[in-house]
Ligand binder design. Structure first.
Ligand SMILES: Nc1nc2c(c(=O)[nH]1)N[C@H]1C(S)=C(S)[C@@H](COP(=O)(O)OP(=O)(O)OC[C@H]3O[C@@H](n4cnc5c(N)ncnc54)[C@H](O)[C@@H]3O)O[C@H]1N2
Ligand code: MOO
Ligand SMILES: [Mg+2]
Length: 424
């Protein structure tokens, strides 16, 4: 069973700050074991389990970057026109073996291998062709121009893509350029997800009086799918200890991570935490943040297994659930899944909306970042910022993060912004 280290368990009125909560999670978790080999075509978004080492030089030959004429750069004369006779032609895919006499050049296409002894290419639009000769005006180019060198992209034996990389389109292309058809990736992290609450109804059900539709499962499922994890959707669970216990036990048995929303606060029907406490060393935190104050994290014992499933229990309020996901869960899932940490990009922007805030907690407001009239980043808040106002999150392209010690923000003040990237 993994140790949580010095217990961040909060029992009294104390709150943990956001940085301490993130640090406690990071200190507790380790990447999962297990890998699989996949055809390159199926590896987009997956985490590379070992470095890809280049078995070849890329490109394999010096070659032309332009359609034009190849020649020896030593033929260029300072301050004078260079005149060369076109002696042969090389297409991409040819293997030129010809030797070229001084004063000769070779018609060459982009990507064609440079003929022996030639190191410079003049693009056809920078010279004049007359009677089988080209004329290059003085000062047009220098020796070595428009030639791509063997191994300039990657040399043999060099790491091309490092383990821990979530493979992006350019990575797939780079690996393909090495002739590698399969890659070893970390197996997908399995995340079990359920929502709790008697008031919740699922899509397709009538909305009974006093009820709301379960939105958290959809936003969280989307957030999980962006991280390329395997989602085990355990649906809706009523605030009933037996139903919760059964779902929790199924989640623990099947998943590496259990992600819940609702029932972690202090209401009479907030049972989840007692059940959790009996199954692991769960820390119930009051995090000094808004939204997202109640949050639970820790290892859940698995019957007859040495390892544990990690629990992340998010608050029920829909914005709080997503904000705590991005503040704590996202980076943790990437780490558990073997990926090199990839926090949301942070930038500073001028806030055009005044914000009232008291020091002593971190606030995650939702905003829209865009370039201002002077070209510098600006951010404006997306209207009402209540923890249940999901529209504020849906319209946003960033979180405005007002730090623990920060007070109110006046219009025009600079603030920290976490930009939503392709994984949000
Ligand atoms: N006396 C106190 N009351 C509350 C505190 C507190 O510290 N003292 N904290 C408040 C904060 S902050 C939050 S956030 C909520 C968190 O409560 P729970 O995690 O126990 O969640 P619930 O009580 O089950 O639900 C809260 C709220 O969110 C709605 N909800 C829940 N699940 C979903 C879902 N899947 N889809 C859409 N909406 C959902 C639920 O109906 C409630 O309105 O506690 C505060 N109270
Ligand atoms: O987490 Mo609660 O949503 O701060 O209101
Ligand atoms: Mg509650």
């Amino acid at each position: 069973m993994p140790e949580l280290g010095p217990s961040p368990l909060m029992t009294g009125g104390d709150s943990l700050d956001v940085a301490a909560a993130r640090a406690a999670i990071a200190a507790a978790i380790r990447p999962i074991d297990g890998r699989e080999t996949l055809p390159l075509r199926q590896a987009l978004g997956r985490v590379l389990a070992e470095d890809v080492i280049s078995p070849i030089d890329v490109p394999a030959h010096d070659n032309s970057a332009m359609d034009g004429y190849a020649f020896a750069g030593s033929a260029l004369v300072d301050g004078a026109e260079t005149v060369l006779r076109v002696a042969a032609t090389v297409h991409a895919g040819d293997v030129p073996t010809m030797t070229t006499a001084p004063g000769d050049c070779v018609r060459i296409m982009t990507g064609a291998v440079m003929p022996p002894g030639l190191d410079t290419v003049v693009p056809q639009e920078l010279c004049r062709l007359e009677d089988g000769r080209i004329r290059i005006a003085p000062g047009t180019l220098r020796a070595g121009d428009n030639r791509r060198l063997r191994g300039e992209d990657l040399s043999r034996g060099r790491p091309a893509v490092a383990a821990g990389r979530r493979l992006r389109p350019a990575d797939l292309g780079l690996i393909a350029s090495l002739g590698i058809a399969e890659v070893a990736v970390v197996r997908r992290l399995r995340v079990a997800l359920f929502s709790t609450g008697n008031e919740l109804r699922t899509l397709g059900q009538p909305l009974d009086a006093g009820c709301i539709y379960d939105s958290n499962r959809f936003s969280l499922m989307g957030a999980l799918e962006r991280l390329d994890v395997e989602v085990i959707d355990l649906g809706l669970v009523r605030d009933d200890p037996e139903a919760l216990a059964a779902t929790l036990d199924e989640a623990i048995a099947r998943a590496d991570v259990v992600l819940t929303s609702g029932g972690v606060s202090v209401g009479d029907a907030d049972f989840t935490k007692d059940l959790l406490a009996r199954r692991g060393e769960i820390a119930f935190w009051k995090v000094a943040m808004r939204p997202g104050r109640p949050f639970a994290f820790g290892p859940l014992r698995r019957a007859e297994q040495a390892d544990a499933a990690w629990l992340f229990a998010l608050p029920g309020n829909p914005v709080a659930a997503l904000v705590t996901f991005y503040a704590f869960v996202r980076d943790a899932l990437l780490t558990l899944g073997g990926a090199t940490p990839q926090p949301l990009p942070v930038l500073r922007a001028r806030c055009t909306t005044p914000v009232r805030k008291r020091p002593g907690r971190t606030e995650f407001q939702r905003g829209i970042v865009s370039p201002g009239a002077d070209g510098r980043w600006e951010v404006r808040l997306t209207g009402t910022q209540g923890a249940g106002v999901l529209r504020s999150m849906s319209e946003a392209n960033a979180l405005v993060v007002l730090g623990h010690a920060q007070g109110s923000v006046a219009a025009g003040d600079e603030v920290e912004v976490w930009l939503f990237d392709g994984l949000v």
